[in-house]
Design a protein around this ligand. Structure first.
Ligand code: MGD
Ligand code: MGD
Ligand code: MO
Length: 755
């Protein structure tokens, strides 16, 4: 890497450690929230406190007095910032002017303070009281020819209570159009795993880290995106557990980490080596790796070694023969070519897996965001079945979820493909007939906007236009709408790319107190390992004119259907009855919700595969075949590079905290292309060259991003990486996993064109 250039400097230290401590202090200072922020940090992820608004990793059993990480602290500091977006701010700037500003600048303006409505004449957002806002929403929704002309987006910070009611409101209104952030994220988990194991969630709990004998971390940047998991990895490593990290980027924290909360390690500048095996895979090469490992296992089994867990396979599974035949038929030369790995390393991975009596496989977006993401996850399940790695301590599959309540939102009804069981229960509990056919996922909702059939977009959190593919096309689609509503904490691009009418509705954030006529309320969230816990904010809301998300849902519903069968008014003040309704709609997992949530640590939702019970149609764990070695369409163009769009260490999705990416050694720049030096030289380019990227696609649309700087980086040949959301204009809307609708954001076929 070019250490002479101040923008790029190899990070030689372990991840975590003093670098993380310093970054935490700095961000609290910058947002001028040192005392307020530090006080709030003490309550974060503690019983009686609130849940970190950042990632969905579970809390460590209260072993530590402070349960937060650098990136949790950033999320909190940006939420607790002293800066405010006021009516004066909106009076000073037209929307067209604001559109010229960067996402970072928009974020830095601070918290939204009161409801605003777009005024076309002045091209400005102007104040609008809450009643008028709800009236406008009701009027638009009622005037639609069909309820399917509205799209109801959810991002994953929304708590269970608000998400559950939102689902009820929208289904009584008459549609299942629930595009959500999960559609772009772990939807392959939600759709791919049920046919295999009967449930679209992970099967491990935190204690499993203590019993695992091998841990695979595939396609996930743990140190940045779920830093609290580093504690578990460090502990496992200290016990001598092999950790296999599979990633095209040698992510710093997966190589070497200093636990910021380990006093001795901090004092002695010590650190722990994390990956015992770093597997430098080509983008999209994971299927080849998995098949290679299975081939080794089947071959050795055929030679008489006892490798497989035959009891488990016999008693619990169906379909191994086709998997064996397929794996045995794969050619090593092809496996090596597609994975970019040496056969010897694949054999070592197989050996680690075979020796371990309990293996956990954790994964992130590096597995889900491919054209065959859902079916790829089924192959992960196959690998686990072979050695009975379900339903025993230390073993199982572990999707590392993104947003802090994205899993919970799905559990309580944010689902464009709801089950008939759930719809029956909604009918029985609330007394209306919900629509029965599938609604739109994220991509379908954009298509509906594009073809004019969608008229209204309501965004419960999130930053839809920046998160979705094909930026320019998506902007144009949003601008065709009659009404866009952004229910949010912060100003973002989604509020500026708007419909004819537009509203910004500001909400009370996770860290803030919700006080209603009935007193102080708490909400609940479900983490990545299915623990449901209470969250009570401790800070005073950023403005007296904010509303909690629950109240916003209730009042939208009342304004839309005055004759609703649902007693909306009664839910506004007291959240207890909402939880009682959740228990009625989901008796198998949520019975006794109101009682169970009194436990300081909350409770765990039942995951049948943990008991080796498989809620699949045949009651078995199913080996499912994905033929071949590729998880994306093969592109013949010899100039093609596979582009993964990833997060930096200083962003939360579309929120950019700074332009630095410390662990990858990038400073003050996000327009970079991480590239192998030989790939660069083959193209006759110099390090630091300014280039443009073009998407290779056959849909007749030209997609191009200019102004990228090439950065020599240890990427496998043919694989390049850059930042999301800046590179979303290169991601075609139609380029997604057909089973889940998830855009293949990790494997965009691109070529370099002169800058
Ligand atoms: N601080 C912070 N925390 C977050 C977020 C955030 O933006 N900031 N976002 C939250 C959300 S919503 C989510 S979904 C998660 C995301 O967390 P991650 O899943 O870690 O997300 P990404 O940064 O997209 O990167 C995934 C990793 O996949 C690797 N990768 C790319 N292509 C491939 C491939 O083909 N195979 C393999 N094996 N690996 C590949 C990349 O190099 C990268 O290390 O984090 C959550 N937590
Ligand atoms: N190219 C590419 N595209 C991607 C991805 C990728 O890896 N590559 N990742 C995808 C993934 S995994 C995801 S999850 C999506 C993320 O998509 P989204 O969830 O839509 O995006 P966020 O950036 O998390 O949303 C941030 C906004 O949420 C609002 N907000 C914050 N807290 C709250 C709250 O408590 N309540 C409410 N109501 N609003 C709040 C703020 O106004 C903030 O501006 O992006 C996807 N898009
Ligand atoms: Mo996500």
């Amino acid at each position: 890497m070019a250490d002479s250039n101040p923008r790029y400097k190899t990070y030689h230290h372990p991840a975590g450690g003093w670098g993380a401590a310093a970054a935490t202090a700095k961000v609290l200072m910058e947002q001028s929230v040192i005392t307020k922020g530090s006080r709030a940090l003490l309550a974060m992820n503690q019983p009686g406190g609130f849940k970190c608004p950042s990632c969905a990793f579970p809390d460590a059993d209260c072993k530590k007095t402070l349960e937060f990480c650098e990136n949790g602290a950033k999320a909190l500091a940006f939420e607790a910032t002293k800066r405010r977006v006021t009516r004066e701010f909106f009076a000073q700037h037209t929307v067209s002017e604001l559109m010229e500003q960067s996402d970072y600048w928009l974020e830095m303006q601070g918290r939204l303070t009161e409801p605003m409505r777009y005024d076309q004449r002045s091209d400005r957002y102007v104040p609008c009281d809450w009643d008028a806002a709800f009236k406008l929403i009701g009027a638009h929704l009622r005037s639609l020819e069909s309820p399917h002309q509205a799209e109801f987006y959810t991002s994953g910070r929304t708590p269970n209570e608000a998400a559950f009611l939102y689902a009820i409101f929208v289904r009584e209104f008459g549609t299942n159009n629930f595009p959500d952030c999960s559609n772009m994220c772990h939807e392959p988990t939600s759709r791919g795993l049920p046919p295999a194991i009967g449930i679209g969630k992970g099967t491990v709990v935190l204690e499993d880290f203590e019993h695992a004998e091998a841990i695979f971390v595939i396609g996930q940047n743990t140190g940045t995106n779920s830093p609290r998991m580093m504690t578990n990895l460090v502990e496992a490593r200290k016990r001598g557990v092999p950790i296999v990290a599979v990633n095209p980027m040698p992510e710093r924290a997966l190589i070497r980490f200093t636990e910021p909360q380990d006093v001795v390690q901090m004092a002695t500048f010590g650190s722990t080596a994390i990956a015992s095996e770093f597997v430098h895979i080509r983008i999209g090469g994971d299927l080849a790796l998995i098949k290679g490992m299975m081939k080794v296992m089947f071959e050795r089994e055929a030679q008489g070694e006892a490798i497989l867990d035959h009891d488990f396979i016999r008693e619990h599974t169906v379909g191994i023969d086709a998997i064996r035949e397929d794996a045995m038929a794969q050619d090593w030369a092809e496996i090596v070519r597609v994975s970019g790995l040496e056969e010897a390393q694949i054999r070592r991975c197989a050996e680690i897996y075979i020796r371990s009596r309990a293996t956990m496989i954790c994964y992130g977006m590096g597995l889900t965001q491919h054209q065959q993401g859902s079916r790829l996850l089924q192959q992960v399940a196959n690998l686990l079945f072979l050695r009975g790695n379900f339903g025993k301590p230390g073993a199982g599959i572990s999707p590392i979820r993104g947003h802090s309540n994205v899993q919970g939102d799905r559990t309580v009804g944010i689902d464009e493909k709801p089950t008939q069981d759930y719809l029956d229960r909604v009918r029985d509990v609330f007394g209306f007939e919900p629509p029965r056919h599938d609604g739109h996922h994220t991509i379908e909702s954009v298509e509906a906007m594009e073809n004019g059939s969608a008229k209204v977009f309501i965004g419960m959190g999130g930053n839809f236009v920046r998160a979705i593919p094909d930026t320019e096309r998506s902007y144009a689609a949003m601008r065709k709408l009659d009404l866009t509503v952004g229910i949010a904490t912060k100003l973002n691009r989604g509020h500026l790319v708007h419909g004819r009418d537009a509203l910004i509705l500001p909400v009370i954030a996770r860290s803030e107190r919700i006080v209603t006529a009935a007193g102080e309320q708490f909400v609940t969230i479900e983490d990545s390992m299915s623990n449901v816990t209470a969250s009570r904010g401790v800070l005073t809301p950023a403005s007296p004119d904010l509303l909690p998300e629950v109240e916003i849902v209730c009042r939208m519903a009342m304004a839309t259907r005055p004759n609703s069968k649902v007693p909306w008014q009664s839910y506004i003040d007291d959240y207890g009855p909402i939880r009682d309704k959740i228990a009625e709609v989901y008796p198998e997992i949520y019975a006794g919700f109101s009682e169970r949530i009194k436990e300081p640590k909350g409770f765990h939702l039942d995951i049948p595969p943990r008991r080796r019970v498989w809620p699949t149609p045949n009651g078995k764990a199913n080996f499912l075949l994905l033929p071949g070695l590729e998880v994306n369409d093969v592109v013949a163009d010899p100039a093609m590079l596979r582009l993964a769009t990833v997060r930096s260490h200083d962003q939360f999705n579309t929120t950019i905290y700074s332009y630095n990416d410390r662990y990858r050694g990038v400073y003050n720049d996000r327009m970079v292309l991480f590239m192998n030096a030989e790939d660069r030289e083959d193209r006759g380019l110099d390090e630091g060259a300014q280039i443009a990227l073009e998407t290779i696609s056959d849909d007749g649309i030209a997609r191009r991003v200019d102004g990228l700087t090439i950065l020599d980086y240890p990427m496998p040949r043919g694989s390049v990486a850059g930042y999301y959301p800046e590179l979303n204009p290169l991601l075609p809307l139609g380029y997604y996993d057909l089973i889940s609708g998830t855009p293949a954001a990790k494997s965009i076929p691109v070529r370099i064109s002169a800058g």
